[in-house]
Design a protein around this ligand. Structure first.
Ligand SMILES: Nc1ncnc2c1ncn2[C@@H]1O[C@H](COP(=O)(O)OP(=O)(O)OP(=O)(O)O)[C@@H](O)[C@H]1O
Length: 611
């Protein structure tokens, strides 16, 4: 196997990201600080009276008090109607380009004069070195060069290679560095320019590939630079977020909120989360302090809307994470209510972004109701990205599952895979989760569980205990299948396989994230016969060894969702192109003029991947 280089390593080595670091040194009312280059920089009025502190917002490097009068920041681009992609002019240039800190002239956001923003990075900055060392075995970015990409739609903006060439704003760029993101991941390279151009997007990219940032960056940047109309006064205790990010589970909403807070640190953009199972009072209080981006689960949001505490009237950006899940039978009515039956601006007025690792065609069709003239993006991999997850499937009778799991865990122990190596075990039922957890604990394997019958407090405690390694085994139902980004999950065990192959894809995607390798083991028996064909297809696409007995099951079975033979798992194709798919179409990024450097073998790769 090739040696992999982590993104963090690349961060340490890269000088490409030319972001100015500003050090706070204002004193005695002197309105200025010193940049790393020694240049004095301007501190705007709203930041002047703060005591210098590690977590107080950094001073801005621009003299602008309104959001549209900086060269290159607002200018033609900020004021531009949607789709004005070509008028971009970098806003990070020189010492006056970026905006660290607030944005004047908008109501409804942070009360920046009084609130202090807690540093969401904690003391990560101090631990930079340790972090880089810890992340030393990760992704080989070179391996992404030939990743197959399908885009369709009108006038697709070209991808970028670096964050530096994307017009995100200095404060956001600084946070990207704090996150140790050196280069955009493939989905980010494509999706961010599309979103920054104001286009609606349906994006599909494999698990763990950085989709969260792909929708957060354009939203934060858009709010930072945007000409946002004045929001109504909040007299009636109603709040008017500018962006809404919906996700299917509470834990995922919490996670997106945490990420978005990091990305928006010191940008002046305020992110609030609202989800069920925890006291609404507290969330209402937080909302009343101002909200620009609301991250929410659908149920809690409907509650807030019905209580007339949130209005969607000012929504400019709508992002659905795990969009296929959000639009399947379970959630669709709630999503339609939120998006179509309340006061949210219609498609074409708001910008809508849908993201997932899977996008069945029937869901694409439903989703298209929410979009206007959208671009479909599928960033997939012929082989190696999912090679990161070694997939094993074992024939295990129902009654042997426990002892089989025990064998696996003992083998892990014997191999010294302990400590920080976490194991996530998926089961079908909540009761099954509790019983398995108890049994594991009784047998000397500290475990905890997460499922819908546990209180939110218990769920959050379980997740914390798992993440910390205190209970290195988490037994979960599908509530933990999607989106959760838990470092050090080395092994995912499908103790009970799901009925739907997409659920399998999301479950195993809890390991092998962001370039790390992982292992996924599935226990298969007659009860899973309907999954055999799609499972075999998935494994084959990812260059995994498919056992002969599974091929036998696959040959005999007619069930399971019908997959395209020969690959193209991730995202599949734009359903709009079903009959007119053009394998050498001009909207592939291939050939000599590709900004992404896809050329040569790429065309051949995509033919075999997508046909
Ligand atoms: N450009 C980048 N450089 C380095 N790490 C990144 C970059 N972008 C994202 N990451 C990291 O990659 C991990 C996976 O990202 P994320 O959770 O957004 O994946 P995802 O595509 O949404 O996955 P899923 O489909 O499971 O929801 C996170 O830990 C994130 O911090």
């Amino acid at each position: 196997m090739t040696t992999r280089t982590s993104w963090a390593d690349l961060a340490a080595n890269s000088a490409a990201e030319n972001v100015g670091v500003v050090s706070s040194s204002a004193s005695n009312g002197v309105v200025g600080t010193t940049s790393s280059a020694g240049r004095p920089v301007y501190v705007p009025p709203h930041l002047r009276n703060r005591p210098p502190s590690a977590d107080s917002p950094a001073p801005t490097s621009t003299g602008a008090a309104s959001s549209n009068d900086r060269p290159g920041y607002g200018g033609s681009r900020g004021a531009a109607p949607r789709n004005e992609y070509n008028n971009r002019s970098g806003h990070g240039s020189g010492s006056s380009g970026g905006r660290l800190g607030g944005w004047g002239g908008r109501s409804g956001g942070w009360d920046r004069g009084r609130d202090r923003e807690v540093n969401p990075f904690g003391n990560d900055d101090d631990k930079e070195q340790a972090f880089s060392e810890q992340e030393s075995t990760g992704i080989n970015f070179e391996a992404y060069e030939d990743i197959p990409v399908e885009t369709s739609g009108d006038n697709v903006p070209p991808p970028v290679n670096t964050f530096a060439e994307i017009d995100l704003g200095e404060a956001l760029n600084l946070n990207i560095r704090r996150c140790k993101y050196v280069k955009p991941t493939p989905v980010q390279r494509h999706a961010i320019p599309i979103s920054l151009a104001g286009r609606d997007l349906m994006a599909c990219a494999q698990t763990g590939s950085g989709k969260t940032a792909a929708f957060c960056f354009p939203i934060i940047s858009g709010i930072m630079r945007g000409q946002i109309p004045k929001r109504p006064l909040r007299g009636a205790r109603m709040v008017y977020p500018l962006a809404l990010i919906l996700s299917p589970t509470r834990e995922l909403s919490v996670q997106i909120h945490e990420e978005a807070r990091k990305f928006s640190f010191q940008t002046g953009v305020k992110v609030v989360v609202a989800y069920g199972g925890s006291p609404i009072k507290q969330q209402l209080k937080e909302l009343e302090r101002g909200v620009d981006i609301l991250v929410a689960t659908p149920g809690r949001l409907v509650d807030l809307l019905e209580r007339a505490r949130v209005s969607l009237q000012m929504i400019r950006y709508l992002a659905l994470d795990e969009a296929d899940r959000m639009l399947d039978m379970g959630f669709e009515p709630q999503i339609r209510k939120i998006v179509e039956q309340m006061d949210m601006p219609p498609p074409g007025v708001r910008q809508t972004m849908l993201f997932s690792a899977t996008f069945p065609k029937e869901i694409q069709r439903l989703a298209s109701d929410f979009l206007a003239n959208y671009i479909f993006l599928a960033v997939g991999r012929v082989g190696s990205s999912t090679d990161l997850i070694v997939q094993r499937v074992e024939l295990v009778h129902e009654s042997d599952k426990r002892s089989h799991l025990m064998d696996l865990l003992h083998a892990q122990r014997a191999n010294g895979v302990q400590g920080k190596a976490l194991t996530l075990v998926f089961v079908e039922t909540k009761k099954g989760a509790d019983l398995l957890e108890q049994w594991l604990c009784m047998n000397g394997f500290p475990a905890t569980t997460i499922h819908g019958d546990r209180t939110q407090q218990e769920r959050e405690q379980a997740l914390r205990s798992f993440k910390s390694g205190a209970t290195p085994i988490l037994v979960a139902t599908d509530v933990a299948a999607r989106g959760l980004d838990i470092p050090h999950v080395a092994h995912v065990v499908n103790f009970d396989l799901p009925n739907d192959i997409d659920d399998y894809v999301h479950r195993i995607g809890r390991t092998g994230r962001a370039g790390k390798t992982g292992l996924a083991t599935a226990f298969f028996n007659d009860n899973n016969a309907s999954l055999a064909r799609s499972l075999a297809d998935i494994m084959q696409e990812a260059n995994q060894e498919v056992p002969a007995w599974l091929t036998g099951y696959a040959a005999r079975s007619f069930g399971g969702r019908n997959r395209r033979p020969g690959g193209g798992r991730f995202g599949g194709r734009d359903f709009r192109r079903e009959s007119s798919f053009n394998r050498v179409g001009s909207d592939y990024y291939g050939g000599g003029n590709s900004a992404g450097g896809y050329g040569g073998g790429y065309g051949a790769g995509i033919t075999s991947a997508w046909d």
